[in-house]
Design a protein around this ligand. Sequence first.
Ligand SMILES: Cc1cc2nc3c(=O)[nH]c(=O)nc-3n(C[C@H](O)[C@H](O)[C@H](O)COP(=O)(O)OP(=O)(O)OC[C@H]3O[C@@H](n4cnc5c(N)ncnc54)[C@H](O)[C@@H]3O)c2cc1C
Length: 356
Amino acid sequence: MKDSKTDTLIVIGAGITGLMTAINAKLSGLEVYLLEKGNKPSGSSVRIAGVLHSGARFAGSDNDLAKVCFEEWKWWISVLSKDKRKVGGYFIKLKNEPTEYLESWLNSLKSIGIPFSEIDSPELGKEINANNIDKYYFVPEIQINASFFTNELVKVAETLGINYLPLSSIQKAEINEDEYEVTINVGNQVKMIKGFPIITSGIDIPEVAKKFGVNLEYSIYQGSHILINTNINELLEFVHKPGTYDLLIPSESGAYITPTLVPYNRLIITEEELESISSALKNIFINKPEVIGYMTAGRISINSPKSVLKGDYIANLNNLIIAWSNNYACSRRVSYYIAEILGIKKVLTPKAFNFS
Ligand SMILES: Cc1cc2nc3c(=O)[nH]c(=O)nc-3n(C[C@H](O)[C@H](O)[C@H](O)COP(=O)(O)OP(=O)(O)OC[C@H]3O[C@@H](n4cnc5c(N)ncnc54)[C@H](O)[C@@H]3O)c2cc1C
């Protein structure tokens, strides 16, 4: 790679951002080390219910994000074979809800080009109270098993010859003539690697950045998927006015709800909040569903240094990059921006992954 910034990449953190970045770089001809602190990926990418948004969820309230999601959705549809993803999604309007938001939502879908169709009576499961529902729309959201898929990508990375180093921790990082020398512990061994670092360690980005002498201004948020004991057959969203807008995701043990009903910044959800979630759901379900568990994940918001990419986070510090994908589906976009900065090719095709 004569024209690229480096021959060797040291990617720190094997979540979806690190994996996509590492795989693209390896396919472009770089030598790649992929460091992971756990024995396998252990961040948000393996703790989510795995909706790769078409953009419909954000249409009407954040059209820029909706557009980005739709572009990424088209890419995921093109690379994921049918057995690797499920496509489905019912958006509903309840009878007692105002129509204004629905109108702006539909207008946004049309202007962005996100496919949708109004339908009569979908098979959403016996527990849905169809009497309270005014309108149904089908929108082709993708759902994947994010934990399974992320671990599959680790196998792809290893097969491609990426040096995957689980259970590793950085001891020190020193810069020498524009190139970093990174000393790491891998199990009982100490290893020194020279190369260009990409920090993709999710909510641990600040801690890793500090080892490279970079202090960040940031906030961390924890969010929960709440598991309720009810069965739905497909994805289901409520079309509410922005701000009271929730998502239900089917799972083997019930359905996950990602609430905007509760504050999105801590792990513990109070009894009152659970009660308010349950009572909000009673419009939709015949039996009041109970909350039976949580799955928590973290988000990071970095204010400084500024991101070179709107929506996701990429800081280009010339001899080091810091990156975080705002959502799982945006990881391809982030890896391609990184490729541009490094001067390498963008080669994440179905053939490259051997997905189809
Ligand atoms: C509640 C919630 C629900 C969400 N739901 C969705 C959804 O349905 N769809 C969607 O698209 N997005 C969703 N997201 C967003 C999505 O989870 C993230 O955007 C995405 O997973 C970020 O991936 P990442 O690789 O940047 O970080 P992570 O997945 O967190 O990966 C970071 C990795 O770095 C490793 N690491 C940490 N420190 C070190 C270190 N010192 N050395 C080496 N490795 C280290 C960690 O173990 C981890 O494996 C959700 C987020 C939250 C909080």
